[in-house]
Design a binder for this molecule. Structure first.
Ligand code: DAT
Ligand code: MG
Length: 149
């Protein structure tokens, strides 16, 4: 089982898409093992996007992501990292296929509503950054009808 870090960014919250977005992960069959909302500090935002710190869009990205609440989530399942990235779609909403979150709701590379970890190492780093308190362990009885074996 993999666990991935997913975050609805300020534009997704401001646009009232929180329920719609969470529903897509739920319906897919992923298990929710972490959920909270906060206005991120500059410190946590900079750590999260550290790989982009030399890019020209970095200052604007930090301003944006710290501007109002985000919804932090941890979703678990088989291949959860790639499954979540596929639900989310490519970075620029204008290139994203309909059916993906960015394809259905996004028109801009900067305002793309949602973040999803891109690899096992980044998932581990991001989950410990945003959920230092740890994640929930629980039995999802519906899971027996999500995976055949
Ligand atoms: P993703 O969120 O699809 O993993 P990324 O890791 O390449 O994309 O970039 C992180 C975020 O930075 C992305 O969601 C939006 C912003 N961003 C990336 N490239 C950008 C660009 N060329 N101009 C403005 N914002 C950009
Ligand atoms: Mg990324």
């Amino acid at each position: 089982m993999e666990t991935t870090y997913v975050m609805i960014k300020p534009d997704g919250v401001q646009r009232g898409l929180v329920g719609e977005i969470i529903q897509r992960f739920e319906r897919k069959g992923l298990k929710l093992v972490g959920l909270k909302s906060m206005v991120p500090s500059e410190e946590i935002a900079k750590k999260h996007y550290e790989v982009h710190s030399e890019r020209s869009f970095f200052p604007g990205l930090i301003r944006f992501v710290t501007s109002s609440p985000v919804v932090c989530m941890a979703w678990q399942g088989r291949d959860a990292i790639s499954v979540a990235r596929n639900l989310i779609g490519p970075t620029n909403g204008r290139d994203a296929a309909p059916g993906t979150i960015r394809g259905d709701f996004g028109m801009d590379i900067g305002y793309n509503m949602i973040h999803g970890s891109d690899a096992a190492e980044t998932a581990e780093f991001e989950l410990s950054l945003w959920f230092p308190e740890g994640l929930m362990t629980w039995e999802n009885t519906m899971g027996t009808w999500v995976y055949e074996g």
